[in-house]
Design a protein around this ligand. Structure first.
Ligand code: E4P
Length: 224
């Protein structure tokens, strides 16, 4: 399972990329606004230089011509840019064209299995079902992931990866992995939560204490 980080905060991206566990980045207009950066193109260029994997950059226009024109600009920023388009008729039309040209497209704002089928037919590299936002309105976010994984599994010709988005907790990530989702895009705070377990902390503290009792040190960087 691939891990993308869902943020436009460059410091967070650099910090998490240093773990070696990051496979890509997703941004959206809200995350860019939150980052406070005033030059979107430069921000995306910098993010794409920090991470080798796909960096999703979302178009701002909502009409077909506008989205396509913006996408053509964004794809020129770096080789690892994935163009993010909304799941609308115009967005899927743009997706079909760009995918046909070999550009990776991430179809965002997916909330139903029917929409996910359309994204796959449009040749999307990724479809982004938003689980947290469905949970927020009392619907079953992870149920949607289960349905999409089942449907895509029925059609080997569908090459679209299921990118679980709007992740709010480690359990979303674990359930997504159990369902066989390809990718989860995860806020930095939730990625950090994945590392944590109280028994890991207490166990490590005990090992450190007990090691001190031995009075020994392990030589660093030299032949034993
Ligand atoms: C996906 O690519 C979106 O950026 C994101 O996951 C949306 O999450 P939110 O519902 O927490 O805004």
């Amino acid at each position: 399972m691939k891990f993308f980080v869902d943020t436009a905060d460059l410091n967070e991206i650099k910090d998490l990329a240093a773990t070696g566990l990051l496979d890509g980045v997703t941004t959206n207009p809200s995350l860019v606004a939150k980052s406070g950066h005033s030059n979107f193109i430069e921000l995306i260029r910098e993010i794409a230089s920090v991470v080798e994997g796909p960096v999703s950059a979302e178009v701002a226009a909502t009409d077909f011509e506008g989205m396509l024109a913006e996408a053509r600009t964004l794809t020129k920023i770096a080789k690892n840019i994935a163009i993010k388009v909304p799941l609308t008729p115009a967005g899927l039309k743009v997706c079909k064209i760009l995918s046909g040209e070999g550009t990776q497209v991430n179809v965002t704002l997916c909330f139903s299995p029917a929409q996910a089928i359309l994204a796959a037919k449009a040749g999307a590299a990724f479809v982004s079902p938003f689980v947290g936002r469905l949970d927020d309105i009392g619907q079953d976010g992870m149920g949607l992931i289960s349905s999409i994984c089942e449907i895509y599994g029925n059609y080997p010709a569908f090459k679209t990866e299921v990118l679980v988005a709007s992740v709010r907790s480690p359990m979303h990530v674990v359930l997504a992995a159990q369902m066989g989702a390809d990718v989860a895009t995860i806020p930095p705070s939730v990625i950090r939560q994945l590392f944590k377990h109280p028994l890991t902390d207490s166990g490590l503290a005990q090992f450190v204490e007990d090691w001190k009792k031995t009075g020994q040190t392990i030589p660093r960087g030299s032949q034993p």
